[in-house]
Design a protein around this ligand. Sequence first.
Ligand SMILES: [Zn+2]
Length: 137
Amino acid sequence: MSRNEMGGQVITHTGGCHCGRVRFEVVAPTKLQVSECNCSICSKAGYLHLIVPADRFRLLAGSDRLTSYSFNTHTAKHLFCSTCGIKSFYVPRSHPDGFSVNARCLDPGTVEELSIRQSNGREWEMLYPAGRGEYTP
Ligand SMILES: [Zn+2]
């Protein structure tokens, strides 16, 4: 375990889809900063983004259950469980080399604090003028 100035202790959280076939672990602070995006797909799903580099995410189970959906630029790979339909993580357009975990799909017990900021994904090109986002520590 290590300390993160802003977010408390950095630990391994676990989570998954509703039926439990898709399971993952993600290394992140106990005090999470997540974003709520207003784009066409996130607003309908109520998705809360916890974006991490690929080496902080590990799929534990369910790779054979994941179905991928894409649209527009087809950069983002919207992954959801083919059994229960829940999108517990995916590969976002802003961070195609990482993952966005749905903070709503983390198991209870390890998140101390959840602060939500609004993200204007509806105007994606303005939000990410460089064509992608950075990782926050
Ligand atoms: Zn499922």
